[in-house]
Ligand binder design. Structure first.
Ligand code: SF4
Length: 310
């Protein structure tokens, strides 16, 4: 081979190598493109299926809400039937009965209602009632509550739970109403629940009692417990969450009386400890009640077996 021929062969070899290199590069690019395309398609499909799932979830939620709404209506009718035959402490001694003199100055009437609601928290109705009466006898006015020594106030209300804190709250309440509201308690829920010792439940009851305004369902521990036992709500962890879910399924026509009806039902039949499931009209449609009855029966069986063995 002469020099030219060697050069030619070398160039040919280089060209071949170049071609192979290009081919490899092109293949790499193509595979990258196809990978990213399939990734995009996959995410598109995922989005599609996600939106399908969320639609499905939404439909299931609506269905679930409708079912709970229907169950609530049917259960509530039976509870009303039971409540017609059975009165409860809340009917005569509840906070709405504590202040009777509607002919007193409206400003004082509102203040007295707030104090009675404040006292009622975590306290039995009869104790709230008798303590409010004691305060009324003493003179339950803003002026008197500002002037009364804290020790004396604590002594008057000592039967209610958390009386030390409640005495402080009553004094603070009187001072705030004097300074900020010129002795005239506010008339909207947002302002009311900012007052010391007054939560949402009490605010709703105050709005109903004093101003005839229905702003929601006042959920206490009885209503929270009953709503969960009867599956009206989705296993809610606190009364605040129960209130939200209950208001969704409970028609507004019930809001006026539901607190008294259910609190009384909780006090007399669907008690926290040892509910009277045997005689409850709901025991065939209440999973909690069915379990209570079943457990009771199996305990009785065990007892009888033990007796026979002895
Ligand atoms: S069956 Fe028992 S748990 Fe259920 S609502 Fe009646 S009393 Fe309450």
């Amino acid at each position: 081979m002469n020099k030219n021929e060697i050069k030619y062969e070398k160039n040919k070899k280089n060209m071949k190598l170049e071609l192979i290199k290009n081919y490899i590069e092109e293949t790499k690019q193509q595979s990258k493109k196809s990978k990213s395309k399939s990734k995009k398609e996959m995410s598109k499909n995922k989005n599609k299926s996600n939106s399908k799932d969320s639609k499905k979830d939404e439909n299931e939620k609506i269905k679930d809400k409708e079912t709970r709404k229907k169950k609530f209506e049917e259960d509530y009718k039976l509870i009303l039937e039971m409540r017609k035959k059975k009165t409860a402490p809340v009917d005569t001694l509840g906070s709405s009965n504590c202040i009777k003199q509607k002919n007193i100055d409206f400003k004082i009437y509102k203040f007295q209602n707030l104090v009675s609601l404040l006292l009622s928290s975590q306290t039995k109705d009869d104790i709230t009632y008798s303590t409010t009466q004691k305060l009324v006898e003493y003179g339950l006015t803003i002026d008197n509550m500002i002037k009364i020594p804290i020790e004396k106030l604590t002594e008057i209300i000592f039967k209610v739970s958390f009386h030390n804190n409640k005495a402080k709250s009553i004094k603070k309440l009187a001072e705030i109403l004097r300074k900020k509201y010129n002795d005239n308690a506010p008339e909207n829920l947002k302002e009311i629940i900012k007052l010391p010792g007054i939560g949402k439940k009490m605010g709703i009851l105050y709005m109903k009692e004093c101003l005839n305004k229905i702003e929601g369902i006042a959920v206490d521990t009885h209503i929270h417990k009953i709503s969960n036992r009867l599956n009206w709500v989705n296993d809610t962890k606190n009364p605040e969450k129960t209130e939200v879910e209950l208001e969704e399924i409970c028609d507004r026509k019930y809001w006026n009386n539901i607190n008294t009806i259910l609190v009384g039902f909780g006090q007399e039949i669907c008690k926290s400890v040892s509910p009277l499931c045997d005689s409850c009209l709901l025991n065939k449609r209440c999973e909690f009640g069915k379990n209570v009855i079943m457990n009771k029966k199996s305990k009785e069986k065990e007892k009888n077996m033990k007796k026979r063995k002895e």
